[in-house]
Design a protein around this ligand. Sequence first.
Ligand SMILES: CC(C)(COP(=O)(O)OP(=O)(O)OC[C@H]1O[C@@H](n2cnc3c(N)ncnc32)[C@H](O)[C@@H]1OP(=O)(O)O)[C@@H](O)C(=O)NCCC(=O)NCCS
Length: 187
Amino acid sequence: MDRGYRMLPLTEHTPRIRLDPLTLDDAAAMAALLADDRAAVMNTASFPWPCTAESMRDWVAARLEIVRMFAARRVADGAFVGSVSFRDAAAIGVPTDGKGAVIGYWTGMPFRRQGLTEEATRLLLATIRAEGPAVGWTEAIADIFIENAASRRLVERLGFGFNTEFTSDLPQRGGLRTSVRYRLPLV
Ligand SMILES: CC(C)(COP(=O)(O)OP(=O)(O)OC[C@H]1O[C@@H](n2cnc3c(N)ncnc32)[C@H](O)[C@@H]1OP(=O)(O)O)[C@@H](O)C(=O)NCCC(=O)NCCS
């Protein structure tokens, strides 16, 4: 399927984390990390709940059609740590000056608070930047539920600036939820 973008070889990695394009084969590892972590799922906009190998496989299959997703793996042993993603802001009605990439990220509980998400997200931003000349990404955008202190701290560390606050009706996440939007210029 032509998704309107060009896949580039992914070479970015740090000593601790590498990114690979996410595949259906990663769904079981995702479900294993999220099955007992409802709080994490509720902090994201669209992960399925309950989170089973089957529901996650269906979710990944549908998501791969519309979002660029990468598995974050620990270099030392290949352990699946979490995933990072991005998609065209215009495709989901997020206003942007130029061409915006809306990013997403999560990390399994056992791997948190070690700076691994920060590394994975830096690699994601490097990947988006590397496509800049070909695709023209001008900024990265992160939408975060307002009470998600860890995620807000993460994007602030990455240099994103607060942009705006907005409310969305998300029945699958308890109804009206307030989010904050952060932006990072890429050019
Ligand atoms: C948000 C999330 C990705 C952070 O992952 P992490 O691996 O713990 O993040 P890092 O170790 O890279 O830390 C990033 C910063 O956030 C801070 N942080 C992490 N957990 C925190 C918490 N519970 N409260 C406040 N700050 C926190 C870290 O201390 C660090 O800042 P510092 O170095 O200045 O102290 C992780 O908690 C998660 O996956 N949560 C569930 C899903 C989710 O919320 N995804 C994001 C949706 S927008």
